[in-house]
Design a protein around this ligand. Sequence first.
Ligand SMILES: *Cc1c(COP(=O)(O)O)cnc(C)c1O
Length: 426
Amino acid sequence: MATFAAMLSFSLNDAIEWDANDPLASYREQFHIPLVNGKESIYLCGNSLGLMPKTARKYLDQEFKDWAEFGVEGHFKGKSPWFHYHKFLTKQTSSLVGALDSEVVVMNQLSVNLQLILTSFYKPNASRFKIVMEAGAFPSDMYVIETQLKLHGVDPKTGLIEVEPRAGETSIRQEDIEAILEEDKDQIALVFFSGVQYYTGQTFNIEKITQKTHEIGAICGFDLAHAAGNIPLKLHDWKVDFAAWCSYKYLNSGPGNVSGVFIHENNFKTNLPRLAGWWGHKEDVRFEMKKGFIPEPGAAGWQLSNAPVFGMAVHRASLDLFEEAGMKKLSAKSNALTQMMRKLLIEVLEHGNSDLFKIITPVNDFGAQLSLLTDDSWKHLFEHLEKQGVICDWREPNVIRMAAVPFYNSMQDVVKLAEAFLSFKN
Ligand SMILES: *Cc1c(COP(=O)(O)O)cnc(C)c1O
């Protein structure tokens, strides 16, 4: 490997020095780093499944302990009484996404929440019925939107507008989104985008998309699966109508874990239709067990079921780390790692096969992910990277995604990745 290092403008020694001055460096030890062949892997899959905080076990153990000790009485007698458990996540969740406490709630899982919220926010009528979304959205989002349209008797062929990149381009231009909104401004009911595009890693301008959407009199919502815990968010100030995200990608809360939901307070006043369950019922009268649903004020009124405490306990362990480190520092480190990754990968192309891949993540609009568009040689390259201890992912048809996550990735990971690319002979 040492021979390849000379080809890069930033060496492993430079990286060691950089890491020594990184104010977040100590967090790496607070996560379990998977091993490959007995050595710490270069884990670049935090955009898909974030690593496990070592504290997760302790938080979960506490709930097992309370369950063992108190049984049903754990709802009120536990260290963190289960009856209120979702509320223990509120403050950190609201600060993570830039919301008021009343605007967020943690519940269910992401796709379920999207369906629930859209039931409230997609209210087509004869003139306004169209939904605008990004082309090539994450499959669950495509299915959610398609079935919401059908649920309301709208044919997706006429009701769905997908904004695509221009021919020969890979990311979507803000001006094109705005032009499409303008063009169909009287027929659009809802605009629904991701915050960070899962495939290309493009970050969308949430504030501007929301602004334009409101200008044409429509509702604007976001799937923040790849944005929460990745980029700074100000959902309240940006006046986003609603958003939801999962907790297991950048939020490091474990496979399939709970989802967060945001509903702007501007939407509390309106008497929105919703699908209800007992946990969304007004808390002080919830246990009167009476007919007639009265929603709890705020986002909490969208809950259906009582809190899944074990998952939430793990999520809480992670949110505590986010609070401690702060999105500002995390985001600054994320930018530094990702920019260096781009720089060194470009050097890799300059030193070898310049057709090996193309970085499709925009130069300016990115979070902690780079997506490489590859050609046929990819499979060999992928196997080669795996052998070098790199864990990254492949998305059909031909993209590799790599995320340097500021909590547990280091600048050394970035340089080692570039060296692993350099040592590939195809
Ligand atoms: C990861 C992801 C999902 C996953 O949804 P689940 O309901 O948590 O399985 C949905 N949408 C987007 C955009 C995602 O990136």
